[in-house]
Ligand binder design. Structure first.
Ligand code: EPU
Length: 419
């Protein structure tokens, strides 16, 4: 198992390009199930989660190759419409195949994802929405066994009481080949949902309202081969922005999805960080010290839960007290006890963390617990005196495309060792 070693207090400088977005690429891979022929994706990052999704598509009998920044998929001939526990347990987003399998093949057998480090994460809203389209859904031996009605799924009006990102994507994919019109209210407005809708539209789907909380989908008979580009990863961009700021550096990020990052830009500015956007780039230069700012995570366009841990690392060296409230997941504070090992002063009060800025963090061994937590530990180590050692970095490789290499190219003293 790899470890990452970091010597902190080295200001980062230079330019770095953002990779394609994990959370856009995952549903885009699943859309291949809907397509009548080959689907080509560009700007595909090199991530373990995407390799897992490709393995899942191959398990079903399709062709799915990822490499060199692109993906070639062809699921027009599919043998087994199922997602086995062995693959789903390593990646919850496997549930994204449920909607497209039901729509195109009329049946699906998908392992129920278990809980994970950040919360219970049920998929009850996905299932209820598919049932509203006429699917018969049973739970058998830990699997969701679903069947479309005679003649296929039917359009329906589905309202989500709470925002669900992959739930919205699952339903949108199911509706693309259903009979008649589906209207989704309370839909997730995350940019990755809009990116998925844009790719599906290029394949011939009829979707309007992408990026808003009302989606209207008119079912069509089939989706056609297409080539689509994955949007840049707003969370990777935000993570690198914090890296620049926390190290007191001066970094230009290219291919930055500005609109998708508005809430993060706002909080970075509130934290006293200077941002200058020009074209598709944003330059981050640390001014004086870091100013403590409060954050509440919200569905898009609010501050993303996927940036909460990284922003907490920045607040650990803020000038006063920052209150960070997590409203999306019930247990997304696993990084707190690890950050404390560096000397961070953080107290938990239910769903909020009170972060009292300290003048100096100092290096320590730490253990990554989930994807965004691992990023936050790396960021904090960049601001710590002495050496830090982060173990269980496989969490990082699930969702960041060579983050350690990118940081090293910006001057960070970071290296990966085989443990
Ligand atoms: N929820 C339910 N029932 C459902 C679905 C969701 O109770 O049927 C709850 C969840 O437990 C959670 C909340 O609703 O408390 C929001 O969950 P959502 O469904 O929006 O999350 P997701 O679709 O499973 C995606 C991202 C996550 C990101 C969340 C929130 C992908 C593949 N994953 O998950 O990304 O945190 O939306 O924005 O798109 C990450 O990249 O590190 C990550 C965890």
């Amino acid at each position: 198992m790899d470890k990452i070693l970091i010597e902190g207090l080295q200001p980062l400088r230079g330019e770095v390009k953002i990779s394609g977005a994990k959370n856009a690429a995952l549903p885009l891979l699943a859309t291949a199930i809907l397509c009548d022929g080959p689907l080509r994706l560009e700007n595909v990052p090199d991530l373990r989660d995407l390799a897992t999704m490709a393995a899942l598509l191959r398990h079903m009998g399709g062709r799915a190759e990822i490499g060199g920044g692109s993906a070639e998929l062809d699921l027009s001939a599919l043998r087994a419409p199922e997602a086995p526990y062995e693959l789903v347990k390593t990646m919850r987003a496997s549930a994204l195949v449920l909607g497209p399998l039901l729509a195109r093949h009329g049946r699906a057998r998908v392992s129920l994802p278990g809980g994970c480090a950040i919360g219970a994460r049920p998929i009850d809203m996905h299932l209820k929405a598919l049932a509203a389209m006429g699917a018969a859904i049973d739970l058998e031996g830990g699997y969701v066994v679903a069947r479309a009605p005679e003649g296929g799924l039917r359009g329906a009006h589905v309202h989500f009481d709470a925002v669900t990102v992959t739930g919205t994507e699952n339903l949108m994919m199911a509706a693309a080949l259903a009979r008649g019109r589906t209207v989704i209210t309370g839909a997730a407005r995350e940019p990755e949902v809009a990116d998925t809708a844009a790719a599906m539209t290029a394949m011939g789907a009829k979707i309007s309202g992408a990026g808003t909380d009302v989606l209207t989908i008119d079912g069509v008979d089939s989706l056609k081969p297409a080539a689509c580009r994955v949007m840049p990863d707003r969370i990777e961009a935000g993570t690198l922005m914090v890296a620049a700021a926390i190290s007191g550096g001066d970094v230009t990020i290219t291919d930055a999805p500005h609109e998708a990052l508005e809430a993060v830009y706002g909080k970075m500015r509130e934290a006293g960080v200077k941002l200058t956007a020009a074209g598709d780039a944003v330059r981050i230069s640390a001014g004086g010290g870091i100013v403590s700012a409060d954050v509440v995570t919200r569905p898009h366009p609010g501050f993303p839960t996927d940036m909460q841990a990284q922003f907490m690392a920045l607040m650990a060296i803020g000038d006063k007290i920052s209150r960070i409230t997590e409203t999306i997941f019930e247990n997304r504070f696993m990084h707190v006890s690890e950050l404390r090992r560096l000397g961070a002063d953080i107290t938990l009060e239910g769903r909020a963390a009170l972060v009292k800025g300290v003048r100096r963090l100092s290096g320590a061994p730490m253990m990554a617990t989930d994807l965004r937590a691992s990023a936050s530990l790396i960021l904090a180590a960049l601001a710590a005196r002495g050496q830090s050692e982060i173990s269980r970095v496989y969490h990082l490789d699930r969702g960041y495309d060579r983050l350690d290499e990118k940081l090293r190219a910006l001057g960070a003293r970071i290296r990966r060792v085989k443990a």
